[in-house]
Design a protein. Structure first.
Length: 500
């Protein structure tokens, strides 16, 4: 019998009441293994109500109480890494080592949240005027929500809720309905760690649930990671409803390779960054920009490495890349490859039509490498979100940077060079929020913030790090004046020496 993933509301499982369910497939087999309850607006209301009730005490709780829970939570997550990763592999399809890496990057933010005490320290200016002091403090917002994507079903939620609850907020998470089970396990472990009921809630659903959160008057802020069209919609809708919003959108990340670069290292990086997690990540390198005469050699080295990648089920230790999330997505990714030649590209590797023996119904696609791609082609302009790497040729550094800056996206980017001066120019001139120098996927560590520019981010705050703390709190400035005890009315002696 197909298992059912229900909601987690008020510290316990809440069976779906809408009567609506969505299918969850094993991408390696194509078989429906699970059904997930899709929340109605009323069920979203129940989750928000549970969070609002919990906020009355959690928002006033001590930092010591919050961090004690988070330390226990961190230990439980560490002990259950393999279990969380196994759920990710079963529903997303990524290989187990990749899923473990996802959990590890999420744990970084839990660890940051454990040290929230220093992040929430205020400021004090004394004697700004006679006997007047001014202090700045940060306080939680209340109930906040997170809407997260299918490609990182554990990491992206952990980029949000640990910091939010460490700051004193309560949280409603709406994870992707394509791979929902990891989110429930994260919530169950938080409860086991001692998180009070209602502080973290999980509601599964589709656009009905999303819109209910965006319109709900008791939700103060919304965090989102997903595609640019949806990020724009989330930002516009939530902002119109008076909410604070951080909405991270899509990407078309470029890697500029200069003629002096170590081409073996650049090819290794390109293959890892383009095809890791089957290209289903917003920080994937999807466009390599080769400068000068190195293009042919670089493409040959990338092809040589790409042809050796082992594709298979995510739970097979021999597999280096798994299937795509759905058959529909697989077909869409394949369409970019089949249409590339007609738009002037040279198809060096064609991964369409790939299957794995014994798993013929899985959502398989091989690695594709497109050379001499035009900036007018669909394969270049669109975020493909699959294992397709485009190579573009330019004659100079300046031409390469101009090409990259003309992209409407500005998430992550990288340069490969041995020239420190060129690297320094690049990090100042390129229009992107995250830059790697000889690092292909420059996802910041937890105590710096993650986020892009242009159409890759809607809102003013990046995720986690200092920006995350600021997003989940609001500032308050207190100006205080107390009379000097020496000025007390006659006949009252408070025991202070007279000093004037």
């Amino acid at each position: 019998m197909t298992k059912t993933v229900n909601h987690w509301i008020g510290g316990k499982t809440a069976e779906g009441a809408s009567g609506q369910y969505g299918p969850v497939t094993d991408p390696a087999t194509g078989a429906v293994t699970t059904r997930v309850a899709l929340a109605s607006a009323e069920e979203v209301d129940a989750a928000v109500a549970a969070a609002k009730t919990a906020y009355a005490s959690w928002g006033a709780s001590s930092l010591a109480q919050r961090t004690a829970v988070l330390f226990r939570y961190r230990a439980l997550l560490d002990a259950r890494r393999d279990d969380i990763a196994a759920l990710i592999t079963a529903e997303h399809g990524k290989v187990h080592s990749d899923a473990l890496g996802e959990v590890a990057r999420g744990l970084e933010i839990v660890e940051l949240a454990c040290g929230i005490t220093t992040q929430l320290k205020g400021e004090l200016s004394t004697q700004v005027s006679s006997r007047v002091d001014v202090s700045s403090i940060r306080q939680p917002l209340g109930v906040v929500a997170g809407i997260t994507p299918f490609n990182f079903p554990a990491m992206v939620p952990m980029w949000m809720f640990p910091l939010a609850i460490a700051c004193g907020n309560t949280f409603v998470l709406k994870p992707s309905e394509k791979d929902p089970s990891a989110a429930n396990l994260l919530a169950e472990l938080a409860s086991e760690a001692g998180l009070p009921d209602g502080v973290l809630n999980v509601v599964h659903g589709d656009k009905v649930a999303v819109d209910a959160l965006l319109a709900h008057p008791d939700v103060a802020a919304v965090s989102f990671v997903g595609s640019t069209p949806i990020a724009r919609y989330i930002h516009a809708t939530a902002s119109a409803n008076g909410k604070r919003v951080q909405a991270l959108g899509g990407a078309k990340n470029h890697m500029l390779v200069l003629p002096d670069a170590d081409l073996d290292a650049a090819a290794d990086a390109a293959v890892s960054a383009a095809y890791g997690s089957a290209g289903e990540r917003c920080m994937a390198i999807s466009a390599v920009v080769a400068v000068g005469a190195i293009g042919d050699e670089l493409v040959a080295k990338i092809r040589e490495r790409a042809e050796k990648i082992v594709i298979g089920p995510g739970d097979d230790p021999a597999s280096e890349m798994g299937p795509l999330i759905t058959a529909a997505h697989r077909d869409k990714v394949a369409s970019y490859v089949t249409g590339a030649a007609a738009q002037g590209a040279e198809v060096v590797l064609d991964g369409t039509g790939y299957t794995v023996e014994g798993f013929e119904d899985g959502h398989w696609i091989g690695l594709s490498l497109l050379d001499k791609v035009s900036t007018d082609s669909d394969a270049y302009k669109d975020e493909i979100f699959g294992p397709v790497l485009c190579v573009l040729r330019v004659d100079s550094y300046e031409e390469g940077v101009a090409l990259m800056n003309a992209s409407p996206f500005g998430n992550g980017t990288a340069i490969f060079t041995r020239d420190g001066g060129a690297a320094r120019r690049f990090q100042l001139e390129v229009e992107a929020g995250m830059v790697g120098v000889n690092v292909p996927i420059p996802v910041p560590v937890g105590y710096h913030s993650f986020g892009g520019w242009k159409d890759s981010l809607f809102g003013d705050h990046h995720v986690y790090g200092n920006d995350g703390v600021h997003f989940y709190t609001r500032g308050k400035v207190v100006t205080t004046r107390w009379p000097d005890p020496a000025d007390a009315p006659a006949g009252v002696d408070l025991g202070f020496p007279r000093n004037h």
